[in-house]
Design a protein. Sequence first.
Length: 292
Amino acid sequence: MNVIPKLYVGTAGWSYDDWVGNFYPFSQSKEFSWLKYYSRFFNVVEVNSSYYSYLSPRIVESWLRQLGETEDFLFTVKLHMDFTHRRNYNNEKIDAVRQNLDLLKENGRLGGLLMQFPYSFACNDASIDYLRNLIEAFEEYDKFVEVRHRSWQGKRAKTITICSIDQPAIGESVRFEPVVGRGMVYARFHGRNKKAWLESIKNFGQKQTYEERSARYDYLYTPGELVEIADKIKETYDKAEKIFVVMNNHPQGKAVANAFELLHYLKDGAKIKMPGTILNAYPRLKEFAVEN
């Protein structure tokens, strides 16, 4: 049996109103911290708000205060869309990102920087040159690069970790294939709601409600799918030192439920600590839960 490497399992984001009752308790004091509560059950979270705006260091400092002395908890930070989708950045924008990365790193809370590129970012000379320059701008941090076009399938690099992603099989999208880069695996799960994914592509650029924007991620992986996923990730156990697993199927706390389940399978059937809220919302988890 392979030795299990260090596992960092969590979700993409933690601040969702529709997680109240499904994960967070209904009854909350004024001092109640969603992040602190989240950190009782998971040891990593992917920051998505940094993709939409340049966060003030005061926000990052508030996260650090909320965690306090919590041990073994990391943030991975998603790079702003200016760098990956608009591809229009300057030194001022680089510095705005770096100051928050440095703040987390200095406090031992930085897992790495996520660079998520769109499906249109195919593997060619221009893309490789662009990516090389972007990597140099953030050379002192661990970097996880998500590319969605199949032309990148099987590619490796010495200075980054290529993300392993699971999403609906549409067009020339990459297949889920866990790969090790710089001793790490970074696996992201977007769900397999193909119908809603296609609808979101059709409506791209139009004004949408939160529910409409989130519909593409509204998917609950089945136990069978998760066992298959876990078996593929386990094939990297003898090569990886760290494995990051991030569930992005967030509507109604599905990401939370699936993160607990996948952790159970990755730990060879170990019982997993989880709150009663998620057990009430997703009763199938009771089979391997230690209620906390």
